[in-house]
Structure formats: C-alpha cells, structure tokens
Write a protein that binds this ligand. Sequence first.
Ligand SMILES: [Zn+2]
Length: 109
Amino acid sequence: MTNHAKLQSWLLARRDELNARLGNIKKDASRKNSADWSEQAQERENDEVIDALGNETVIELNKINRALDRMNEGDYGLCLSCGKAIPEQRLEVMPYADLCIKCAEAQGL
Ligand SMILES: [Zn+2]
C-alpha cells in the first residue's frame, strides 16, 4: 500500500464528475421528447452523440467502481489475469487498470 490513498481520492473525484456528466446527459435526453416536429432530424443526430457519450461514461464509471471495490477488498493493483502487481507508473496513468501491461497487450487492449 503505497500511494493508493491518492489514487482512491482521484477515483472518487472522477466518479462524482462522471455521475454529474451522466445526470446532464439524461437531462438533455429527456428534454428531447418535447421537441418540435421540424427539429426531429437534428434531434436524432444529437441523440446519437448523447448515446455514445453516455455509453463511454457508463463504461468508465463501471471501471472506477470496480477499482474502488477492489481497494476495499484489498486486492487493488493486482493484475486480474496473472495476479502480479501492476506497476505504480501504470496505475498513476490509469488508476482503474486491472491488467498489467503484458496481459493488456496479450488481450490486444
Ligand atoms: Zn498480468
């Protein structure tokens, strides 16, 4: 356990940020329903952007929640595939990484 506390506060801050973003995306999406008929083509394009953004946000949130769970369970920072410790430098760049570089590359990630 070295600087996991620092990473944990980053993860918590990031989770709040993403939850706020998701809330805004949903607000935008529900506003769409009252849109004028003539605007619907444009609205539909916007919906696709919102979907893509929303999906990305949900995927990142899931990764963050999993990392926070693993911190609570005490196995944070261990590669899910080979079980070795993920180097600190990698965790600092990607705090929710759950594979070491070798295993991530092996899986084509
Ligand atoms: Zn590994």
